[in-house]
Design a protein. Structure first.
Length: 254
């Protein structure tokens, strides 16, 4: 563990970390709590007093390029086992506070390519794109691709990951696939977890899936990206596109 000093983390953010860990959407050691907590704050991870002051100044000035540079320096200096976690912080920050989705999804692609056997990392990556309310531009095709690989990496045995894939299909506008995979998630869970997983299943069965729209900053099919604020393209008779957050909140994993 680094000898650098961690930033002080407000209790509210610590509570958010505990909730994430309880839901098994992310997996990390006790020593990693401060790392992820600082990611929520939008900052770098291992910070001495001087770096902390520089970071505060950069955030105040909105100098996200400087912040990205500091995070990149942390990644280069970190032990190999910590680097993927730091890259995940960078990915989250670029998609939210920094408002740099193109760069963010480029980092997300790097994480995806280097973590194809790591089901938990892939699930965290996909779920963040699908569910975090701070993400303004959701690359749904990317989230779907990542969620599929997470299911492959977990051999289809993790109900929470199956639930993520169902959500990705739902956001893609494929109601039948969403129902199919949510049923698999329910079948793979037990007790209270299974009951919680039935809630989104009921949503998928009774509702209309969102109309596929350009919800992405990095199209996998080569189409131009939509600009923030663009109205989604719809066809006559199409159901209105769902807004971020319309799909059911994911339940906790067993």
């Amino acid at each position: 563990m680094s000898t650098r000093l961690f930033c002080l983390v407000p209790q509210a953010n610590v509570d958010r970390i505990r909730n994430l860990r309880a839901s098994r959407r992310i997996s990390f050691s006790a020593a990693g709590v401060a790392t992820i907590a600082i990611a929520i704050l939008g900052g770098s991870t291992w910070l001495d007093f001087r770096s902390r002051e520089m970071l505060a100044t950069a955030r105040k000035d909105g100098n996200w390029d400087a912040i990205v540079k500091m995070i990149d320096e942390d990644i280069a200096a970190a032990p190999e086992r910590q680097q993927s976690r730091l890259k995940m912080e960078k990915f989250m920050m670029l998609l939210t506070d920094a408002k740099m989705p193109e760069k963010g999804y480029a980092v997300g692609r790097e994480i995806f390519e280097s973590s194809k056997d790591d089901a938990m990392t892939l699930n965290q990556l996909a779920w963040f794109v699908l569910d975090d309310k701070r993400v303004a531009q959701r690359d749904i095709p990317f989230a779907l691709e990542v969620a599929k690989q997470a299911v492959t990496a977990s051999k289809g045995e993790d109900a929470a990951i199956l639930d993520t894939l169902a959500r990705a299909w739902w956001e893609s506008g494929d109601k039948a696939k969403a129902i199919e995979w949510q049923k698999k998630a329910v079948d793979g869970a037990e007790g209270d977890a299974a009951d919680e997983l039935r809630s989104p299943l009921q949503k998928y069965e009774s509702g209309e899936a969102p109309t596929p729209t350009k919800k992405t900053s990095l199209r996998l099919d080569g189409e131009p990206a939509s600009k923030p604020g663009d109205a989604p393209a719809t066809k006559p008779g199409d159901a209105p596109a769902a807004k971020p957050g319309d799909a059911p909140t994911a339940p906790r994993a067993p």
